[in-house]
Write a protein that binds this ligand. Structure first.
Ligand code: TRP
Length: 494
């Protein structure tokens, strides 16, 4: 096995801390700041949060261990890592297909992730621009003003809608974000991704800390805590009965950790042999969950303080929150900090979403380092171009209906969960409800039934045999069964 795993041309994380930071950077993203709060809002607050935490630790954590283990044992790209491992265990290399599906999923997610990050970038520019013109007009005292101080309520809550109606502008912001992502990934694992996360993640944590303190000190912290942590058992029973909570919570858990996308297999490939897989996985899952909850505690207190509704769906971050920032003292400054923080989080996630596809294109780890970097550059640019094109399709699909175009009329698959969905919603549903869970299902079957016990025990290196047994039981029975049931609910069969 040793010869298989670490070929000379393979780039590696320079330390365990670097890997953990990169993996947390990947996990912590718009999923925590934009998606988690509104999913929690739609799922009834505390009831959703409880199910979500169970999903993370009973299903997400074992699957994350499995993905990292598979990656570290393989090498090259996620597909070849799985294929080689399958072959050494005497199974067909065809197993590599599920990694290919994962790469497809991460690439498709990235295509709309860049659009949403483009919206975030627009808000950064808009809030800061507005603050500066306010200061220019009214003197430096205007720094204590709220965000978009001169706009009416309707103008603020309609700002995203108005932006969507100007697709040319969104395409520019999206394009800038794609360029940033490609620029980092093209520089390689230790030279690009690692350097970026060591700057961006600490900055992210500082900004998050500032925002949560401000929100708790001056907002309605008590109501926010109540909302996020008080399990409403009636809502829970309802949601479990009609299957909405489980599917949404598991989908969100996979999206948030970044499972079922070949990404953690790929990041696992760059881990050193002496790295502690279960320990690192536990840190990543815990950090990701803590950030989601803290983000909730930074957002909901100010939303409640100004009597706004949390259940606003995807508009929570781009409509409701700016309204709260308008009414808040120094709201323009804190609003700018919030969106800049979201931008940093999005960037450390988008680089991780591009990496599996780039690793697949530059896969030949045996090449001399210099040739490999050239292939990597070419792969990053080529994939970046495709990404930009897909992004334009998403953006056009979001243009309001009074400006009809091909994409806002195009419904790729008009049935079941996809009925009536244009390209963006279609891609979101396809990935979070189907591709990620299906790939995660195949990953757990692969890790629990195809990879031998000797290999997984050795590779995972649990500190005690009982922990290994717990993992083995979860990955063999609990994860596949739970994910399978949830996929069936998404299909509307259950
Ligand atoms: N986890 C990131 C977030 O919460 C997004 C992300 C990064 C992701 N890599 C992924 C989602 C892989 C799904 C699959 O924003």
């Amino acid at each position: 096995m040793a010869g298989v795993s670490q070929s000379s041309g393979q780039d590696h994380w320079s330390s365990r801390a670097a890997f953990i930071l990169a993996a947390i950077g990947s996990a912590v993203g718009l999923g925590n700041l934009w998606r988690f709060p509104y999913e929690a809002g739609e799922g009834g607050g505390g009831a959703f949060v409880l199910v979500y935490i169970l999903c993370i630790f009973l299903i997400g954590l074992p699957v994350l261990c499995a993905e990292l283990m598979i990656g570290r044992r393989g090498g090259g790209s996620a597909i070849s890592a799985v294929a080689r491992l399958a072959k050494t265990e005497g199974h067909p290399a065809l197993w590599g297909t599920f990694a290919a599906l994962g790469i497809l999923a991460s690439f498709l997610i990235l295509s709309f992730y860049c659009m949403i990050a483009g919206w975030v970038l627009y808000y950064v520019v808009a809030i800061i621009g507005d603050l500066f013109s306010n200061i220019a007009a009214n003197g430096f005292g205007a720094i204590s003003a709220g965000a978009f101080a001169n706009d009416s309520t309707d103008e603020i809550s309609g700002r995203l809608g108005a932006l969507l109606a100007r697709p040319g502008e969104v395409i520019i912001y999206q394009g800038i974000f794609v360029l940033l992502t490609v620029g980092i990934v093209a520089r390689g694992v230790s030279g690009g991704i690692e350097k970026a996360v060591t700057i961006l993640m600490p900055a992210f944590f500082v900004m998050l800390l500032i925002l949560v303190v401000v929100a708790l000190v001056q907002g309605d912290g008590a109501q926010a805590v109540n909302y996020l942590f008080k399990p409403d058992f009636a809502a829970l029973a309802d949601g479990v009965r009609n299957g909405t909570i489980l599917g949404a919570a598991l989908g969100q858990a996979f999206f948030s950790i970044g499972l079922g996308s070949a990404l953690m297999i790929t990041y696992g490939m760059y881990m050193n042999k002496d790295a502690d897989v279960p320990g690192s996985a536990t840190i990543v899952c815990s950090a990701d969950t803590i950030v989601a909850l803290i983000a909730g505690l930074a957002i909901f207190p100010i939303v409640f303080q100004f009597g706004l509704e949390p259940g606003g769906g995807p508009g929570l971050m781009f409509g409701t929150l700016p309204l709260a920032f308008q009414q808040m003292p120094f709201g323009a400054v804190f609003g700018a900090v919030f969106f800049l923080m979201a931008l940093f989080a999005a960037l450390t996630s988008s680089i991780s979403l591009l990496e599996p596809a780039v690793a697949w294109r530059d896969g030949a780890a045996e090449l001399p380092a210099e040739d490999k970097m050239k292939r990597r550059l070419a792969a990053s640019i080529g994939l970046g171009a495709i990404l930009f094109g897909l992004g334009v399709m998403h953006i056009m699909s979001q243009v309001p209906g009074d400006q009809p175009n091909f994409f806002n009329n195009w419904v790729p698959l008009d049935f079941g969960s996809f009925a009536g969905q244009t390209f963006f919603d279609f891609s979101d549903t396809l990935t979070s409800k189907f591709l990620l869970p299906i790939v995660a299902l195949l990953t757990s079957i692969f890790a629990g039934w195809v990879v031998s016990k000797t290999a997984s025990r050795e590779e995972l290196g649990f500190k005690t045999e009982s922990r290994y047994r717990a993992w083995y039981f979860l990955i063999r029975f609990v994860c596949p069964a739970a994910i399978f049931l949830i996929v069936l609910t998404s299909l509307g069969i259950l």
